[in-house]
Design a protein around this ligand. Structure first.
Ligand SMILES: Cc1cc2nc3c(=O)[nH]c(=O)nc-3n(C[C@H](O)[C@H](O)[C@H](O)COP(=O)(O)OP(=O)(O)OC[C@H]3O[C@@H](n4cnc5c(N)ncnc54)[C@H](O)[C@@H]3O)c2cc1C
Length: 387
């Protein structure tokens, strides 16, 4: 008998389990159907000892110092800057779009004023963009939209951008300065020894209050264990046996290419395989991007690896990585959310259970907020300590 079972040992489940065990002294069972902690943030060394992000690159960034303080209990950090280029028309373009991108387009130095004027002439007068195509036409116009966004988005989602919520393309900043970092957040950093090391420390900190079972699905665990409260971070439609129909998810296939120092030397390279952390391929190749995470982890090794990312449909044999934000899916999610609100002893958390594109800091914030408002602030709702 446990005070709580936490389904999913991703970031959301780990944060909640850590808080329940360490702050409230609950006895928790944390399960995951994968064989490792960390969900999609999991990282591990490849055959040459190079830290690899096996489920796509995870660039930690936030504007919230409280979240950094919380995670810093379990890791030291090294600050980093995420640099991305877009490869199209046979050359690398500065990306996200900024003054340097415009200078590459016109083939000479320019100014913020000239770039702003150029954008103003091309922006389409769409006051309230209703989808991802409209949001880009309204912010950069057709030329940049087609060069950098249209093909990438189509490949990533297998849907026309006009069928996707404005937030899909609207997340990428557009700048008229020469600032070419991928993000604007004040804190951009990687856990010094990687995410998995941080997660191991979170689990260790709970000592005997936390039991972890990996390779175990909720369907089996709910029959096998007794618990007072359930925290569920899996797909919400799966929890309700898809009673209203299936939500759509997008999946990915990751192809890891490890390069030893010797193989790099044979290719005339040293230390790194490509000049940038991430190169996007909006208009060629079947993959969307190639990421060489060593640029961000700054690991001191002569070897490296790159990961190519191939978007795929989700078919229940692969992983559901991204909720697909179409009108149909968002409306369907609302129906599941209404059912979820009636499950008094269940808390739904994280990307899959709240069907939202949460970055890591948002996932941590959501879990901490749920803990504080539902459990810490209402001691009467706490489960009694078990003998
Ligand atoms: C390709 C990719 C790149 C990303 N890059 C970034 C980035 O650069 N920066 C950033 O901030 N965020 C990034 N994210 C988002 C980040 O991964 C999430 O914020 C974070 O993983 C959310 O954690 P979670 O616990 O909610 O979900 P998950 O990591 O998905 O964890 C959920 C866990 O639940 C388990 N589970 C599901 N159903 C069951 C079941 N029935 N029984 C048992 N276990 C179950 C799953 O196996 C999984 O381990 C990226 C996401 C993806 C997919």
């Amino acid at each position: 008998m446990y005070d709580a079972m936490v389904v999913g040992a991703g970031l959301s489940g780990l944060v909640m389990a850590e808080r329940l065990c360490n702050q409230l002294g609950w006895r928790c069972l944390l399960i995951d159907r994968r064989e490792h902690l960390g969900g999609n943030c999991y990282d591990a060394p490849d055959r040459n000892g190079v830290l690899t992000h096996l489920y796509g690159p995870h660039y930690f960034r936030t504007n919230t110092p409280e979240l950094v303080n919380y995670l810093s209990r379990f890791t030291a950090w090294h600050r980093t800057r995420y640099t991305v280029r877009s490869f199209t028309g046979g050359r690398y373009w500065s990306f996200p779009i900024n003054l340097k991108t415009f200078e590459q387009l016109v083939g000479r130095e320019s100014s913020q004023e000239e770039f702003r004027r150029w954008l103003d002439e091309r922006r389409q007068p769409i006051v309230e963009p209703q989808n991802s195509e409209e949001v880009m036409l309204a912010s950069v116009g057709a030329e940049f939209y087609e060069k950098f966004f249209k093909g990438y988005t189509k490949k990533q989602w297998n849907k026309e951008p006009r069928h996707l919520h404005p937030s899909v393309c609207g997340r990428i900043p557009i700048r008229t300065t020469r600032e070419d970092g991928y993000f604007d957040d004040s804190f951009q950093a990687m856990p010094q020894e990687g995410y998995t090391a941080m997660f191991n420390r979170m689990v260790d900190s709970c000592e005997a209050n936390l039991e972890v079972r990996l390779g175990l699905d909720f369907r089996q665990a709910k029959e096998a264990f007794k618990y007072r409260h359930l925290f569920y971070t899996g797909p919400i439609d799966e929890y309700f046996q898809a009673c209203y129909g299936r939500l759509e998810y997008r999946s990915l296939r990751f192809e890891v290419d490890s390069h030893s120092a010797q193989s790099l030397a044979r290719q005339g390279k040293s230390g790194f395989w490509q000049p940038y952390l991430q190169v996007n391929y909006p208009n060629s190749q079947q993959y969307t991007r190639i990421v060489e995470i060593k640029h961000a982890t700054r690991q001191n090794t002569p070897h490296t690896n790159v990961v190519r990312e191939y978007p795929q449909d989700y078919n229940h044999a692969n992983e559901p990585y991204y909720p697909v934000p179409t009108h149909r899916n968002l409306a369907l999610y609302k129906e599941y959310a209404a059912l979820a609100s009636r499950e008094k002893e269940v808390t739904f958390l994280g990307r899959l259970a709240t069907y939202a594109y949460l970055n890591m800091d948002q996932a941590v914030a959501q879990a901490l907020l749920a803990f504080e408002t539902k459990f810490l602030a209402h001691p009467q709702k706490r489960a009694p300590r078990l003998a």
